[in-house]
Design a protein around this ligand. Structure first.
Ligand code: AP5
Ligand code: MG
Length: 192
C-alpha cells in the first residue's frame, strides 16, 4: 500500500509517519528530510534547496520529480514494499508525476491521509519546535510564508485526491495516539 500523508506545515506528517511505519512496515520518503540532509552535506541539490526552504518556498517541480525518480531507480523494491510519502506531492504536477512513476512499477497511490489542523495550532507547534529544531524555516516570518504557499499551491491537492475517492480527512487536533487511531480506522476501512 502506498500512502500519501498530507497536510499543512506542522500538521503532524512526520510524527504520524513514524507510527504508520511501525504499524504497517512501510518505507518512508520525506522530501523535507531528504533536502535537509542534502543541505547538511553541502551537495548541489542542498545548495539549490537552501534558499527556497529558508524562504518558505517550494523547490521547483522539475527538481523534486527528478529526486523521486532517482530514489526509485536506485531502489525499485521500494515500490513493492509500499511507501509513505511525507511532503510529496505538494503540487498537482507532482501528484501526476507520482502516479506516472508508480505506474511504471505496477503500482499507484492507494490512500491519502489528510491531517486537518487549525492554523493557530500549526503556528504554535512550529514555534515550539523552532526553539530546538535548528530548522531555518521554523521562525514566524517563514512559517507565515510556508502557510501561504500551502494554501496557494498545495491545498488544491485535497480536491484533486477527493475527486479520485482517495482522500481521508483526519482531524489532526488532539493527541498523537488519538489521531493515529483515526488514521488506522480510515486505512483499515479502505483495505476491507
Ligand atoms: P517539510 O519538511 O515537508 O516540512 P512541512 O511540510 O513544512 O512540515 P513539517 O515537517 O514542519 O511538519 P509535519 O507536518 O511533518 O509535522 P511534525 O510531525 O513535524 O518541508 C520543508 C520545506 O522543504 C518546504 O517548505 C519546501 O521548501 C521543501 N520541500 C519539501 N518537500 C517538497 C516538495 N515535494 N516540493 C517542493 N519543495 C519541497 O509536527 C510538527 C510539530 O508538532 C513537532 O514538534 C511535533 O512534535 C508536534 N506535534 C505533532 N503532532 C502533534 C499533536 N497531535 N499535538 C501536539 N504537537 C504535535
Ligand atoms: Mg515533517
Amino acid at each position: 500500500m502506498n500512502i500519501v500523508i498530507f497536510g499543512a506545515p506542522g500538521s503532524g506528517k512526520g510524527t504520524q509517519s513514524e507510527k504508520l511505519i511501525a504499524e504497517y512496515g512501510l518505507e518512508h520518503i520525506s522530501t523535507g528530510e531528504l533536502l535537509r540532509d542534502h543541505i547538511a552535506r553541502g551537495t548541489a541539490l542542498g545548495k539549490l534547496a537552501d534558499t527556497y526552504i529558508s524562504n518558505g518556498q517550494l523547490i521547483p517541480d522539475e527538481f523534486m520529480i527528478d529526486v523521486l525518480d532517482d530514489i526509485f531507480k536506485q531502489d525499485p523494491a521500494k515500490a513493492e514494499k509500499g511507501v509513505i510519502f511525507d511532503g510529496f506531492p505538494r503540487t498537482v504536477a507532482q501528484a501526476e508525476a507520482l502516479s506516472e512513476l508508480l505506474a511504471r512499477y505496477g503500482s499507484d497511490v492507494h490512500a491519502v491521509v489528510g491531517l486537518e489542523v487549525e492554523e493557530d495550532e500549526l503556528v504554535r507547534r512550529m514555534l515550539e519546535r523552532g526553539k530546538q529544531s535548528g530548522r531555518s524555516d521554523d521562525n514566524l516570518d517563514t512559517i507565515k510564508k510556508r502557510l501561504e504557499v500551502y494554501h496557494r499551491q498545495t491545498s488544491p491537492l485535497r480536491d484533486y485526491y477527493m475527486g479520485k475517492g482517495k482522500y481521508h480527512a483526519i482531524n489532526g487536533n488532539g493527541t498523537v495516539d488519538g489521531i493515529f487511531g483515526d488514521i488506522k480506522t480510515a486505512l483499515d476501512g479502505q483495505k476491507a
